[in-house]
Write a protein that binds this ligand. Sequence first.
Ligand SMILES: Cc1cc2nc3c(=O)[nH]c(=O)nc-3n(C[C@H](O)[C@H](O)[C@H](O)COP(=O)(O)OP(=O)(O)OC[C@H]3O[C@@H](n4cnc5c(N)ncnc54)[C@H](O)[C@@H]3O)c2cc1C
Length: 371
Amino acid sequence: MRTTADAVVIGGGIQGLSCLYHLAAKGIKNISLVELDLLGSGSSGRSAAMLVLSMGRAETIELSFVAWKEYMAFAEMFGESTHFKQIGYLTVATRAAEQHLRGEIAVQSKMNVPIEILTPRQVKEIVPSVNIDDVVLGSICRTDGVIDPHAVMHAYARGAKQLGAEINERVQATGIVLENGRVVGVETTSGKISTPLVVNATGARAKEVGAWVGLNLPITNYKRHIFITDEFKAIPQSTPFVMDLEAEWYFRKEGENVLMGMGREESTLFEPQFEPEFQEKVIERAAHRAPILLNAKIIRGWAGLRALTPDDLPVLGYAPNVGGFVNCCGWGGHGVMHAPAGGILTAEIIADGRATSMDVTPFRYERFEKM
Ligand SMILES: Cc1cc2nc3c(=O)[nH]c(=O)nc-3n(C[C@H](O)[C@H](O)[C@H](O)COP(=O)(O)OP(=O)(O)OC[C@H]3O[C@@H](n4cnc5c(N)ncnc54)[C@H](O)[C@@H]3O)c2cc1C
C-alpha cells in the first residue's frame, strides 16, 4: 500500500469508485482508495439498481441528468456495459399519496423529464396485475430503467487503476491526522497514508468518519429489505418497475424472477441484519397491490442501508473549518443512479476548484448549520 498519496478516497462503494476514477481522469494519479471489506460490499451491492430521471425534486433530477449523460456513454468510455434495460418506472398513488405524486409530476414536467400522467385504467392496461381499486393517479417515465451496479463499479475500478490509482480492499480507515486544521494523513489498519486530501465516501459510516474531523453530519441510516421470488412468468418481461408511493413498496422483473422491496426502519448497525420475517410485511402489501404475487415463492432476500440526510439531498464538497476534507455521502436511495454525478462533481470541486456540471450549493454541509 502506498504511504503517500495526493488524495485518499475512503469507501469502495459506487460513489467512492466514481470519485476515484474521476479524480484520476482529472490528472490526480497518485490516489489511493481504502475499503474496509470488499468493493461494493456496502449499500451499492444491495440496491434495486434503478436509474431514473423521474426523481421527485429539481436538485435530484439535475443530478440524474448529469449521471445519465455518463451512463449512456459508458460503453464508449469504459469498454464495459452498464447492462441498462429500459423497463420504465410506473408510480401509483392512493388518495393519501396523490398530492405527493402531483407535486413530483409538476417538477418533472417543468424539467422536461418525459413523464406521462396515467389514469387508474391506463395503469391497469400497462400492468394488468396491479389492483387499482384505491388508485387515484399514476405516472410513468418510459425511459427509466435498471442497470448493473457491479458492472459499473468494476469499470470505475479498472479505469482508475489504468490511470494510476491504487485500490486497497480489507483496509479500514481508522482516523484522520490533522495539523493546524488541515488533513495531513489517514490512519488505516495497514498503516498511515500521508495525504493532504481525503474524500469521505463511506455511505452508512459517513457520520462516524465526519466526526473524526469535528463534523456533525446529520445522516440517519434506514434499512430496506429486498426479496426475490422464484421464476414467475405471470408477471411478463414487459412489466415496468412499479412503485406504490404510499407504502413505499415496489416490484420489478429480475430475470425470470420478481424483485420486491420495502422498508424504512432506522438502523444503528452498520451491518444491516436480514430479517426473513420481514417478508410477511412485503407479502401483505403484495396481497393488496398485486395479489398475483401471492402465487410466487420467495427464495432469497437481503437488507441494505440507505444513508439519508434530513432534506434527502447528498453532502458534497469541502467541509468548513478543516482543510482537505471532502464529503461525497448522504446519497440515500439514489446513490447508484447518481454515482457518475457524485464522482464528476467531486473531481470538479477538487481539481478545478469548483463544480461546473451543476450548481452544488444545495449539497453543501453548511446548509445543516441553518437547520
Ligand atoms: C434496498 C435498497 C435499494 C436501493 N435501490 C436503489 C436504486 O434502485 N437506485 C439507486 O440509485 N440507489 C438505490 N439505493 C441506494 C444506493 O444503494 C446507495 O445510495 C448507494 O449504494 C450509496 O453508495 P455509497 O458508495 O455512498 O455507499 P456504499 O455502497 O455503502 O459504500 C461505502 C463503502 O465505504 C466502506 N467504508 C465505510 N467506512 C469505512 C472505513 N472507515 N474505511 C474503509 N472503508 C469504509 C464500506 O464498507 C462501504 O463499502 C438502494 C439502497 C437500498 C438499501
